[in-house]
Design a protein around this ligand. Structure first.
Ligand SMILES: Cc1cn([C@H]2C[C@H](O)[C@@H](COP(=O)(O)OP(=O)(O)O[C@H]3O[C@H](C)C(=O)[C@H](O)[C@H]3O)O2)c(=O)[nH]c1=O
Length: 187
């Protein structure tokens, strides 16, 4: 069984699978094509990713792959906590450049579904955080793009002070949304 909650941007969902606890610990079906399909979420995944971040304040994003390499993502945290963000990057969308964010954590055991047409990023809220996520298309380095995490036109309210943010050089040098041809068009 899945709890599914539509978030403020169309197509972005919080998902919470059940955890079956007993005196040994717990068991959880963290992804089920059948359960997702029953909830009307028909995404197929072809690759599992796992990123480990040693410190609080590691910010990865905002990333997306250009069509036709675009990816749906189902993101969860198996250790620690993140603030996860999706940004609508579909030219012509009524919510173009708008963002939605939520805390994902091993304690909450929640997930976010980020569909193609959205840039994705997160900042870790604890050290030793492990993020695991499924994507619906393979990694294509040549299609990989980054948008500035602190783009003032997007205005994401990250819950970690800018002075504590740890970025890759790719993300530090990323362009603004206005300066990026995202390749996505609404409808
Ligand atoms: C994404 C990816 C990366 N790599 C290699 C490329 C680099 O040598 C190394 C680190 O890549 P990168 O710095 O892009 O990793 P993140 O900053 O965690 O990127 C991710 O961050 C945000 C949160 C996302 O939503 C994307 O899934 C992804 O872009 O892994 C691969 O071999 N396969 C992959 O699928």
């Amino acid at each position: 069984m899945l709890d599914v909650r539509a978030l403020a941007l169309d197509g972005v969902f919080e998902i919470r699978p059940r955890r079956h606890g007993d005196d040994r610990g717990f068991f959880s079906e963290v992804w089920s094509r059948e359960a997702m399909g029953a909830a009307g979420l028909h995404h197929d995944f072809v690759q599992d990713n796992h990123s480990y971040s040693a410190a609080r304040g590691v910010l990865r994003g905002l990333h997306f792959q250009l069509p036709p390499a675009a990816q749906d993502k189902l993101v969860r945290v198996s250790r620690g906590a993140i603030f996860d963000v999706a940004v609508d990057i579909r030219k012509g969308s009524p919510t173009f450049g708008k963002w939605v964010g939520l805390t994902l954590s091993a304690d909450l055991w929640n997930q976010i579904l980020v569909p193609q047409g959205f840039a994705h990023g997160f900042v870790t809220l604890e050290p030793d955080t492990e993020v695991q996520y499924k994507v619906s298309a393979p990694y294509r380095a040549e299609a990989d793009r980054a948008i500035r995490f602190d783009d003032p036109d997007i205005g994401i309210d990250w819950p970690v002070p800018a002075a504590e943010i740890i970025l890759s050089s790719k993300d530090r040098d990323a362009a603004s949304l206005a300066g990026t041809d995202t390749g996505f068009h609404w409808r």
